[in-house]
Design a protein around this ligand. Structure first.
Ligand code: KG4
Ligand code: ZN
Length: 460
C-alpha cells in the first residue's frame, strides 16, 4: 500500500470536484479527477447565483466523491476497436457495482480540501464533508488555498494516470483512454507532456486568471509564496463573462468571447495582418496600419474598428490589474453602436460587429497580461512561468504569454507551463497535487485545526 493516497475535494465556486492522488515511485500520480459542472444551472441566470451553487454542491458532493473513489479503484475498462471490453475488465466492472464506501475509502491516507478563497456557501459543502471524513476515518487533512491549487494544476499534464470524468446535466460522461497513451491524451500542450515534476524550478512566477481571481504570484519554493500583484476589482474571467452577457452570448463567457475574437482575428489574417506568434505586440501591426492610413479601402470598410478600448493600469508601475473599467468601456462602446445605428437591443447587432468587439476586448486583456508578465519576469528572473486558472484555457492568450517568455528568453531556459485538459478550470486534482507537497514537508492538520476563509490570501 502506498504511504500517500489523498482524497481531494474542491467546491469553491460552481464545480463539485473530487480526485484521488497517489504517490508512486516518489511522485504524485492523479488516479481520478471527477468534475460535476453546474454550468448549465448558471447559464439560466447568466452567472453564478451563490445559493443555487451551494445547493447543487450539496446534491452532488457524495456521488462525485464516490465516482472518484471508484475510478481510482477500478480504471475504466479499455474498449477494443471491435467495441468489446476484455473479460477481466468486464468482471471488474461488474464487481465495481458491489463495492461499498468503506471498501473504497480503505487505503486513503489523507484528505485535502479547498479552504478558500471562494463563495462561502460553496466552500462549506466541500470543507465540512472533508472534515467529517477526516474525523470519521481518523486521518490527517490538508486545507489548500484555491490559487495554490491552480498553480499546481500546471504540473498535471504528464501525471494524470487513468481517467477523468466530467458530469454535466446529471449525465456522467467518462472519458475513456487507453492506459498506454493516457499521458498524451491528457495534454493540451507538448511542453506539458514533457514536464516532469523534478523540472519545476524556482523561483517561479504564476499568472493565475480565473472567474474569481487574477494574480501574479512569486513562488520561491513549494509552499513559499509572495503575491506581487492582483486585481483591484474584477477578475479577467469575470470581465469575459460580463462582456458575453452584454452581447447576449451566453454563459460562461470566456469560450464564446474568445471564439468570436478568433473569428475576427482570422478575417484580419486574410488581409495579411498576421499576428506574430512570439510577439507581445499582436495587433500593433493592425493599429499601425490604421494610424498610418495604409489600409486599403476594402480593408478599411471591412475591418475598421468601431471601438477603441483602454489598457487599464498598463503603465502604473505595479503588478496590479483592473478590469472593471475595461468592461465599462465595452458597455459604452456597445451603447454608442446601438444609438448610431438606431438599434434597440444587442440582439440587433450583426455578428461581425460582435466579433469585432470581442476581438478588441481580448486584445486589451492580452496587452495588459503580457505587459505585466513581461515586467515581472524582468524584475524577478524566474526559471519557470505558470499560466493557470480557467482563463488559461484560452489559446490566444496562451500564445501571447508564451511569446512574452520566449521574447525575453529565446534560449528556452524559462519554462512556460500551463495546465492540461480538464485541469485549467476548477478541479480537485490540483488541490490534491498541492496537498502532496504539504504532506512531503510535514504540513498536515487534524480535522479540528482547520478553518474555512472565503477571502483567504495566498501566503507562505
Ligand atoms: O478557474 P475557473 O474554472 O473558476 C474560478 O476559479 O473562477 O474559471 C472560470 C472562468 C470563467 O470566467 C470563464 O469564462 C473563464 O474562466 N474561461 C475562459 C475560457 N474558458 C473559461 N476565459 C477566456 N477564454 C477561455 N477560453
Ligand atoms: Zn478557480
Amino acid at each position: 500500500m502506498s504511504d500517500i493516497k489523498i482524497l481531494a475535494i474542491e467546491t469553491s465556486c460552481d464545480e463539485t470536484a473530487a480526485a484521488v492522488i497517489e504517490e508512486v515511485g516518489g511522485r504524485p500520480v492523479v488516479l481520478s479527477n471527477v468534475i460535476s459542472s453546474q454550468v448549465d444551472l448558471h447559464a439560466i441566470t447568466g452567472g453564478v447565483v451563490p445559493e443555487v451553487a451551494s445547493r447543487a454542491h450539496m446534491e452532488k458532493i457524495i456521488p462525485v466523491i464516490q465516482e472518484s473513489l471508484e475510478n481510482a479503484h477500478y480504471p475504466l475498462p479499455i474498449t477494443h476497436s471491435n467495441g468489446q471490453m476484455n473479460k477481466d475488465q468486464l468482471m471488474k466492472n461488474e464487481k465495481r457495482e458491489m463495492k461499498n464506501c468503506q471498501h473504497l475509502l480503505a487505503g486513503i491516507t489523507h484528505l485535502a480540501v479547498t479552504s478558500g478563497p471562494g463563495l462561502i456557501g460553496s466552500l462549506l459543502v466541500g470543507f465540512n464533508t472533508a472534515k467529517a471524513l477526516a474525523y470519521g476515518l481518523d486521518l490527517p487533512i490538508i486545507p489548500i488555498n484555491h490559487i495554490e491549487g491552480h498553480i499546481y494544476s500546471a504540473m498535471g499534464g504528464k501525471l494524470i494516470n487513468n481517467q477523468d470524468t466530467i458530469t454535466r446535466k446529471n449525465t456522467i460522461t467518462n472519458t475513456q483512454k487507453s492506459i498506454n497513451n493516457l499521458d498524451i491524451d491528457n495534454c493540451d500542450l507538448d511542453i506539458n507532456c514533457k514536464l516532469e515534476i523534478g523540472t519545476w524550478k524556482f523561483p517561479l512566477i504564476s499568472l493565475t486568471v480565473s472567474g474569481g481571481h487574477t494574480s501574479l504570484t512569486l513562488m520561491k519554493d513549494h509552499g513559499v509564496y509572495e503575491t506581487i500583484g492582483e486585481t483591484l476589482d474584477d477578475a479577467v474571467g469575470e470581465a469575459y463573462d460580463k462582456v458575453a452577457k452584454l452581447l447576449n452570448l451566453g454563459y460562461p463567457g470566456g469560450p464564446v468571447v474568445s471564439k468570436f475574437a478568433n473569428e475576427f482575428r482570422n478575417k484580419l489574417s486574410i488581409f495579411n495582418f498576421q499576428f506574430p506568434k512570439n510577439s507581445q505586440q499582436s495587433n500593433n501591426q493592425f493599429e499601425n496600419k490604421k494610424i498610418n492610413g495604409e489600409m486599403s479601402k476594402m480593408e478599411n470598410e471591412k475591418l475598421q474598428s468601431p471601438i477603441v478600448l483602454p489598457r487599464p493600469l498598463l503603465h502604473d508601475g505595479t503588478f496590479n490589474f483592473s478590469f472593471s473599467g475595461l468592461k465599462t468601456a465595452v458597455l459604452y462602446a456597445v451603447k454608442k453602436i446601438l444609438s448610431e445605428n438606431s438599434w434597440e437591443s444587442t440582439d440587433e447587432i450583426p455578428e461581425n460587429i460582435k466579433e469585432n468587439i470581442c476581438f478588441e476586448f481580448e486584445e486589451a486583456v492580452a496587452d495588459v497580461l503580457s505587459s505585466k508578465l513581461k515586467k515581472a519576469i524582468e524584475k524577478y528572473s524566474p526559471k519557470a512561468v505558470v499560466f493557470a486558472g480557467g482563463v488559461s484555457a484560452n489559446g490566444y492568450l496562451k500564445e501571447r504569454l508564451r511569446g512574452v517568455v520566449s521574447g525575453i528568453d529565446p534560449e528556452d531556459n524559462i519554462k512556460f507551463l500551463t495546465p492540461g485538459k480538464n485541469m485549467s478550470g476548477d478541479n480537485a486534482a490540483m488541490i490534491g497535487l498541492a496537498a502532496y507537497y504539504h504532506i512531503k514537508r510535514g504540513d498536515v492538520k487534524k480535522w479540528d485545526q482547520i478553518h474555512v476563509d472565503s477571502g483567504a490570501e495566498l501566503t507562505s
